[in-house]
Design a protein around this ligand. Sequence first.
Ligand code: FE2
Length: 254
Amino acid sequence: MFNWFKRKNADQNDRNMSPVHLEAVGVDMHSHLLPGIDDGAEHMEHSIELILHLKELGYHTAITTPHIFWDMYRNTTHIIREQLAAVRQELQNRQIDFDLHAAAEYYCDEHFENLIEKDDLLWFGQKNVLFEISFAAESANMGRAIFNMQLAGYKPILAHPERYEYWHGSLSNYEKMLDKDVALQLNITSLTGQYGPNVKRISERLIDAGMISYLGTDCHHMGHIQLVNAARTNASLRKLLESGRLRNSDLITT
Ligand SMILES: [Fe+2]
């Protein structure tokens, strides 16, 4: 009952907050905006629609990150670069001023390890690489993949750590990642409760503990645009933006 009341109060506080301006983030570094190559934008018109909405929310740049997950999305550096060029051309044709880049969201599987070995990773910023792990249990090869990425000079960023529920029991699971020099990227939409109250709660704890360096929209479709917009009244988001810890704007791509 007490927890319910506390949660209710927190939600009420969120509703009473004035929305933050996402110009303060400026650079989105996790999304699925390239048409037809993963579970994100379905076609070019959809890509452009999502980009226009991100722009309206205050973003001037996106480093979009299609899935590379060998069991489901067999994307390659070549496919991603080709699709990026097509969307950039369409933006230019329509005179839409938006800085679009692409990397990938690598699933930590055997294929990812092969790509690390071949030094064939799409990176952004200061050789940053976005990767995700299994939602079911900590990926057995995670430690080795992180080690090999770093050995090859990459700086790993773990996507949506708040969504790995098997880590929720202790912040030490997240500290271990920071100790390995893996930066953590929170999905803004997690702050709305989209993935459930536990994900929302741990998201706010991670922000309070100063563990989050990057924010991403993880935008796949219009539903996510609406959720990013809704998250703008979240008190923890405001706290993070005011903390000066956020490093999205450092992600200048070549
Ligand atoms: Fe994603």
